[in-house]
Design a protein around this ligand. Sequence first.
Ligand code: NDP
Length: 449
Amino acid sequence: MTQLDEKLEPIMAEVFRRNAAEPEFHQAVREVLESLGRVIAKRPDYADDALIERICEPERQIIFRVPWTDDKGQVRINRGFRVQFNSALGPYKGGIRFHPSVNVGIIKFLGFEQTFKNALTGLPIGGGKGGSDFDPKGRSDAEIMRFCQSFMTELSRHLGEYTDVPAGDIGVGGREIGYMFGQYKRLTNRYEAGVLTGKGLSYGGSRARKEATGYGNTYFVDSMLATKGTSFDGKRVVVSGSGNVAIYTMEKVMSLGGRIVACSDSNGYIVDENGIDLDLVKEIKEVRRERISEYARLRGTGSHYIAGGSIWDVPCDVAMPSATQNELTGKDAKALVQNGVIAVGEGANMPSTPDAIRIFQEAGVMFAPGKAANAGGVATSALEMQQNASRDSWTFEQTEARLETIMRNIHDTCAATADEYGAPGDYVLGANIAGFVRVAEAMRALGVI
Ligand code: NDP
C-alpha cells in the first residue's frame, strides 16, 4: 500500500469510521486518495472547503424492500438499493446489479468509481449505482418480470431523465431493462425514453450500446498497445466472464486479429486453443442462458472445461478481466507476469486487487484501470440519452465511431495526466487525477453543496 498524504490520512480514517464493514468501498476510495497526494501538492486549494470529504460522501442513499411472488405463489423479499453519489456534472448515471452478493458497500464502491468514470467521458453525467441482492439464476421469465416490476415500483420515485438514469450491470440486461421501463411508463404515464439506458432498439435504445463496454475496453487497450508500437494482431487473449462485457470484448478483439483462448463464468472456465467459437458462446449465454461448461460438451475436441480454478493460469499476452470485483488476485497477477502478459485491460469494475495492480505495475505490464477502460458503456448510454432527447436514432457506424473517439480520448487524457503528474505510463494515477479534477472543478463552481 502506498502511504497517503498527511492531509488525506484523516479523510480515509473518516471513511472507515462512517462506512464500517464496507471493504470494497474502502478499497475504491483508498485507490483514488493514493493518487491525490500529487494533486494537492500542486493545487492545495483542492483540499479546501472539505471538497475531498464531500466527494467521498454520497449525496443520497436509498434502501428499500422489494416484495415479489415466485411461481409457486410464495412471497419473497429482497433488498433494493440506489446510491446517488454525485450530480455535479449531470444527472446521476450508473447501472443496476442483480446478484446475491449485493449490499450497500458494493453499490457505494460502484457509485464512487462511476463518478470519476463518467467524468472521464467528458459527457454531462453524474455518478450513481443501484441493485438488489436478488439472484436471477434459475428464475423463470415471469418471476424476473414480477421482480423487476416490484423493484421499479419503489425506484421510480427517485428517477427521471434530469434526475437519475439507471442502466444494466451484472444480472441486468436487455430483458430486465425492458420490464423496468415498462413499469416506469405505466406508473408515471409518461414515455420518458431518457430515464433508462440499455433499452431495446424497438423502444428507444441505441445501436452499439450492447457492444459498447467490451468494444470500448478493446479500443482502450489497443491505444495502449500502440504506444509500444504493437497491436492485438496475433496476440493470445484471455477474457474472464461470459456476460455482456466479456462477449463483446471477445468480438472486438477477434476483429482486430487477437485470438481468444479462454473465458469463464462463476463455476469455471473453458480453454480452446483453436480460438473460442464466439457464436457458440453467444448461443449458450444469450439464448439458452446455460453454464459455460456446455461449451466444451458442444464444441468437442480441442476445447476443455475446468471447474473452479483460476482462468489467469492460462498463458496469454493480454488479459481482460470482465466478470466482477477482486476476481484477479496478487497470486493470479504473479502467474500472468510469469507467463509473459504484456497488457491488462479491466472490463469489469475493480476486478484486480490492489496487490495485483502493484505486481503488474512493478513488472512493467501496461495496466488499464476499469474506471477508464470500461467507460465505453456509460459513454454510449449518454449517447442514447442524446438520441432520446432529440427524438433521433443514429446508425451503428455513427454510434461506434463516437464510442471509438471517446475511448481513444480517454486513453490520451489518462496518459497525458500521468505524464503531467510525473508518473508516465501510470494509467491508474492518470485516470484518478483526470476524473477527480473534472468533478472537483464543477463542485467548487457550485458552492458548498
Ligand atoms: P453479466 O451479468 O452480463 O455477466 C457477468 C459475468 O461475470 C458472467 O459470466 C458471470 O458468471 C460472471 N460473474 C459474475 N459474478 C461473478 C463472481 N462472483 N465470480 C466469478 N464470475 C462472476 O454482467 P456484465 O458483463 O454487464 O458485467 C461484468 C462486469 O463489467 C461487472 O463488474 C460490471 O460492473 C462491469 N461493467 C459493466 C458494464 C455494462 O455496460 N454492462 C459497464 C461497465 C462495467 P455467472 O453467469 O456464473 O454469474
